[in-house]
Write a protein that binds this ligand. Structure first.
Ligand SMILES: *Cc1c(COP(=O)(O)O)cnc(C)c1O
Length: 403
């Protein structure tokens, strides 16, 4: 029996294994060399034992690898692992989180179809919908994600997709996944949830009725700020369509990045627990500070959707946003006075990051759109990392003192 056969024998039943076990073992693959670590298959193409076998592989009569834009064993390892963690049949790895959303739009929708989207989503997704999918004749209507009646009211006969992100960035607004999924399914509409902020360690949208889960693996799945990547997760019948698009359009994940993300998933739960513990402590502490007007974090009992967060999430995430007393100048003084936090637009890293959304991540919106979205000039977003809690607090206190 080769090592690889042994590996086949220890395949885990995704329905029967606990999250931590799946995070470390699902999708694992061993070659006949018997290596313990996961190999990286850095190859563009694959060889065959004969012309007949080549023809059979190309013709799809025989399963197996052909070319790494179509399938790659390392990439498949990551796909199996993230699918297992989300409790889904399958997954398609993509070059970035944006490529994941593009692939859903172009593989599952067609000209004339309509999307209803939360109005509180990642900025590039709004551009993708309004500037590019619109050119393919796919229109988008935006709604308040926490208003279930608004979702229902926005439905047209040609609506095919609901899209949302919960909790939202940067204001931690939640959508009730179960309620929105129910509305979608009454009208034969698919619900896609961007699970970037919670990850499957905190929230599994498919358990609440979502059809598709989207990931920017760039954030917490890697969790260490190393690679850009994404994934679409869901039932096989939909993943076949998405995979067909990715292998043709070429927005596939590199094997190296897939290997990094597999490693990231192994520690996902532990990291998320530590992120969330510190973030809750920071949110509570900020909430008591003079100089802070408002804290946006669903873990606070005062958050209007705290009960919903408790229902669909096992913890509240790493991102804490808050408004300081004063204007843009005050917010900038806060940011500039910190010494350790990284001033960057990214989040989901072991290193804590600090962002002024109004002039960076949301800077391209018009002032009116920003006002409508509730992104004020005195708003600051912190992604709480894995440094010592007291050190993070000390750094934020420097910011506070400068307001
Ligand atoms: C970053 C992000 C994306 C886009 O992912 P990329 O990997 O940067 O392409 C999508 N959704 C959310 C919520 C994000 O934070």
């Amino acid at each position: 029996m080769s090592s690889f056969e042994r590996e086949e024998r220890i395949q885990f039943d995704p329905d029967g294994s606990e999250f931590s076990t799946l995070a470390v073992r699902a999708g694992q693959r061993r070659t006949s060399e018997g290596e313990h670590g996961d190999p990286i298959f850095t190859t563009s193409s694959f060889v065959y034992s004969s012309a007949r076998e080549a023809a059979a592989r190309f013709g799809g009569e025989e399963e197996g690898n052909v070319y790494s834009r179509f399938t790659n064993p390392t990439v498949q390892g990551f796909e199996r692992r993230i699918a297992a963690l989300e409790g889904a049949e399958g997954a398609v790895a993509t070059a970035s989180g944006m490529a994941a959303i593009l692939s859903v739009g172009l593989s599952l929708l067609k000209q004339g179809d309509h999307i209803v989207s939360s109005n509180s989503i990642f900025g590039s997704i709004v551009s993708l919908f309004d500037k590019y999918l619109s050119r393919a004749g796919i229109e988008t209507t935006y709604v308040d994600p926490s208003d279930n009646d608004a979702w229902r009211a926005a439905i047209r006969p040609e609506t095919r997709l609901f899209f949302l992100e919960t909790p939202s960035n940067p204001l931690a607004q939640l959508a009730d996944i179960e309620a929105v999924a129910k509305i979608a399914h009454e009208h034969d509409i698919l619900l896609a949830v961007d699970n970037c902020f919670c990850t499957p360690a905190l929230q599994r949208p498919i358990e609440f009725g979502a059809d598709i889960v989207i990931h920017s693996a760039t954030k917490f799945l890697d969790g260490q700020g190393r690679c850009v990547g994404g994934a679409v997760v869901g039932p096989d019948r939909l993943m076949q369509e998405v995979h067909g698009f990715i292998r043709t359009a070429g927005a596939c994940m590199s094997p190296f990045n897939a290997w990094v993300f597999m490693k990231g998933l192994e520690t996902l739960k532990l990291r998320m627990e530590a992120h969330c513990r510190s973030a809750l402590a920071i949110a509570r502490w900020l909430d008591e500070q003079p100089g802070i007007e408002k804290v946006y974090y669903a873990g606070l009992e005062s958050h209007p959707q705290h009960a919903l967060a408790l229902k669909q999430q096992s913890a509240f995430g790493a991102v804490v946003s808050f408004e300081v007393s004063g204007d843009r100048e005050a917010a900038w003084r806060f940011v500039d006075a910190t010494r350790m936090l990284s001033i960057t637009g990214n989040l989901g890293d072991t290193k804590s990051t600090i962002t002024h959304p109004a002039t960076t991540t949301h800077g391209r919106m018009t002032p009116q759109d920003r006002a409508r979205a509730g992104i004020r000039d005195n708003l600051i977003r912190v992604s709480v990392g894995l440094e010592d809690l007291e050190d993070i607090k000390r750094d934020l206190a420097l910011g506070l003192a400068a307001v």
